[in-house]
Design a protein around this ligand. Structure first.
Ligand code: NAD
Length: 444
């Protein structure tokens, strides 16, 4: 794996100036030129698929199949969606007909914001970098990418490949940690997209406010899964455990905790145990299908949450600090003041909180920050609707997990504590587009 070389801080101003000049050159006004860059982006991934699979294996111990499914295929899909959609998306739009203004030819022009900054996280480092990048290029912006230093193999690949495939006046990569990102945030940008945790989001927002820069924040939080005793139990256990353990729980929409009727808890736990044994017949430690924690710090953080739980461990709670392995872990009888309920877990640990009924589940969800996603497993439409209609979340899913992020045509974004702004497909294009209203009044 290529070593991650941090960008010298004193080069950052020059890099930004290149992108500003690239924008001013006007070359991105041409839709054909944008399409060439988008096609190149798709080829960048396709030509180097094995290298990205290896990089993801190195950064997250992630199996190939999971990398293809979770992000590589969808990242190529995002580049191609923008390639196929941009001509239509960028067309000026006429507002509804108005007899008063018709002669003035009112139009909404779709204009790029300018030179934008995209800061991406470690957990889905390819998808969460390429997908917004495709939207930003489609909208005609020049882009500075700041991938995560916690996924060094992927970030090094970006630094190597982007200049080979994409016009250097259009996209540049800055690699680094806090000092490099701090310098980036001191500079003026025309939009900032930040994907990551809440604490850093506040730093990004405060820095952007100094320049009145618009910001989109794609954050995380504790996404609950509400279980109805009237559900398809085997399917529920399969999908819940798959969703939780993919990428070792390091997905922004991983189901974080479960709310289940007290009288149904043991049935759910037994089904989850049976699924666990089917997923990992030789045990998860040697399984080819289970990722590792991204860093020793995150390993220690999740282990600390588990060490302090007062819940009952049903399976898992085995560790290897050298390989950053935490076994898929299920904990039952978890109370609301437990360590496992104190923060987003972002690891392969599933706490189960027993509740009296669906009303208590709704009260618990509403007493916390709005989650990025809310899952409900039930065979009864009225049960699902009751939960969805009486709560708030970035998105909501019945009887499945995680896959909503890949559903074409749906916006992806949070609300309240899980962020604001929408991306993927046309929504990414819109994020980086200024709607410029225009009229052209006749002299009479
Ligand atoms: P993070 O906040 O630690 O890091 C994200 C980015 O911020 C990285 O590029 C990092 O280098 C940079 N950064 C870190 N510290 C900084 C500082 N002090 N100043 C400026 N920049 C700094 O987030 P993470 O740990 O990489 O990602 C995990 C979080 O992201 C989770 O909360 C997860 O739910 C969330 N997430 C959200 C989405 C979404 O689409 N909503 C997707 C993936 C992850």
């Amino acid at each position: 794996m290529g070593e991650l070389i941090f960008t010298p801080i004193d080069e950052i101003d020059k890099i930004r100036a290149t992108l500003k000049a690239g924008f001013q050159s006007g070359k991105l006004k041409s839709i054909a030129y944008r399409k060439t860059q988008l096609l190149q982006l798709a080829y960048l991934l396709k030509d180097n698929l094995n290298r990205f699979q290896d990089a993801l294996k190195s950064d997250l111990g992630r199996p190939e199949l999971e990398s293809n499914f979770l992000e590589l295929n969808s990242a190529i899909g995002e580049a191609m969606q923008s390639y196929n959609g941009v001509a239509k998306w960028a067309k000026p739009e006429s507002p509804p007909f108005s007899i008063v203004f018709a002669a003035m030819k009112p139009l909404v022009r779709k204009e790029p914001k300018g030179t934008v900054l995209i800061i991406s996280p470690f957990n889905l480092p390819v998808w969460l970098t390429i997908s917004p990048l495709a939207g930003a290029i489609a909208a005609g912006n020049t882009v500075l990418l700041k991938p995560s230093d916690l996924s060094p193999a992927c970030s090094a690949l970006f630094a190597e490949l982007i200049p080979q495939y994409i016009d250097r006046d259009v996209v540049q990569v800055v690699n680094g940690g806090v000092p490099e990102t701090t310098r980036l945030l001191e500079l003026q940008w025309d939009h900032i997209l930040y994907t990551g945790g809440t604490a850093v989001a506040k730093i990004v927002s405060a820095a952007a406010a100094r320049h009145l820069t618009p910001v989109s924040l794609e954050l995380g939080g504790k996404s609950p899964a509400v279980i109805d005793s009237n559900c398809d139990l085997k399917t529920t256990a399969n999908r819940l455990l798959w969703g939780k353990m993919s990428n070792a729980g390091q997905i922004c929409i991983s189901p974080d905790y479960v709310l289940v009727p007290r009288t149904f808890q043991d049935q759910l736990v037994n089904a989850l145990k049976e699924t666990h044994d089917r997923f990992y017949p030789e045990g998860p430690a040697t399984s080819e299908s289970f990722s590792r924690m991204v860093s020793s710090r995150h390993f220690a953080r999740v282990k600390g949450l588990l060490d302090n739980t007062k819940g009952t461990i049903v399976v898992g709670a085995e560790y290897n600090p050298h390989t950053k392995y935490i076994a898929p872990t299920i904990v039952k009888d978890v109370k609301l003041d437990d360590s496992l309920m104190s923060e987003e877990i972002f690891g392969p640990v599933l706490p189960i909180v027993p509740v009296d009924d669906v009303d208590e589940a709704i009260r618990i969800i509403n007493s916390r920050e709005d989650p990025l996603t809310l899952y409900v497993f039930s065979s009864v439409a009225a049960f699902k609707n009751k939960v969805f209609d009486n709560t708030r979340s970035g998105s909501c899913v019945g009887n499945d997990c995680v896959i909503i992020a890949g559903a074409e045509g749906l916006p992806f974004g949070g609300t309240g504590g899980s962020g604001y702004g929408y991306h993927t497909g046309k929504f990414s294009f819109d994020m980086f587009t200024h709607l410029r209203a225009s009229i052209d009044s006749p002299s009479w």
